[in-house]
Design a protein around this ligand. Structure first.
Ligand code: ADP
Ligand code: MG
Length: 237
């Protein structure tokens, strides 16, 4: 169960960018895809979300083959960088947006948005517009939009890369806490080794569209399979 990928490949025209990736992510795990820019992290995440089709291979979420399933039916929520908020809507309406589209009952919307706001320390900001918030608060709203949908899987694509270093550390801790609190499966994409080491239950190191090694942070740190993983994960040589 959880998420499994079987021999997933992706080409854009003649160019292969994901080469035969297979992986298992158990339910409730915090998985991190880490690797240098251009190695295929976003493409892989977008395929799991259904925003990009697979050239070949199969993707399962909680035992269901979702390879050809619409993004909206996959029970995943992707968290983008904070600039993806609607500037003209309040924090409350930004978080409520997807539920309103689904014609969710008002009382349920209220309950979900206030619940998410409590977790994310946004209760005092619900009537503000994104422009009135700090970078960290905006990023929390983006996460709140995912939480209210109660997805089985959260997908984060470098969500903290727009934030300054200090805030990144703080948000990292909050994400770890969020994961403990709601227990959903999460996949987090980053090119930052420190972020990967501190957040992950399980790390997948990617290079050139191939998983170089997968395992617990300390396993990779202590026993890198090759020089690239050793260099990238940062066990001092
Ligand atoms: P990462 O997120 O690790 O930086 P990406 O998944 O964005 O890497 O990109 C992997 C490779 O696929 C890159 O070489 C990129 O240029 C290419 N790529 C990504 N999206 C497209 C696309 N829509 N069309 C053509 N090439 C793409
Ligand atoms: Mg990317």
């Amino acid at each position: 169960m959880g998420i499994s990928l079987h021999n997933v490949r992706k080409s854009f025209g003649p160019v292969g960018v994901i080469h035969d990736v297979s992986m298992e992510i158990p339910t409730g795990d915090f998985a991190v895809f880490v690797g240098p820019s251009g190695c295929g992290k976003s493409t892989l995440l977008r395929m799991i979300a259904g925003l990009e089709d697979t050239t070949s291979g199969t993707i399962f979420i909680e035992g269901r083959d979702v390879t050809n399933v619409e993004p909206a039916q996959r029970e995943v929520a992707m968290v983008f960088q904070s600039y993806a908020l609607y500037p003209h809507l309040t924090v409350f309406e930004n978080m409520a947006f997807s539920l309103r589209l689904k014609k969710t009952a008002k009382s349920h919307i209220n309950e979900m948005v206030h619940g998410a706001a409590r977790i994310l320390h946004l209760e005092d900001h619900l009537q503000k517009r994104p422009s009135e918030l700090s970078g960290g608060q905006r990023q929390r709203v983006a996460i709140g939009r995912a939480i209210v949908r109660q997805p089985k899987v959260f997908l984060f694509d470098e969500p903290l890369s727009n934030l300054d270093a200090e805030l990144r550390v703080q948000m990292r801790l909050e994400l770890a806490k969020l994961h403990k609190q709601i227990g959903a499966t999460m996949i987090y994409v980053t090119h930052d080794q420190v972020e990967a080491m501190t957040l992950a239950d399980r790390i997948f190191v990617l290079k050139g569209g191939v998983v170089q090694q997968a395992g617990k942070p300390l396993e990779l740190y202590d026993n890198p399979d090759n020089q690239f993983v050793g260099g990238f994960i940062g066990s001092p040589a």
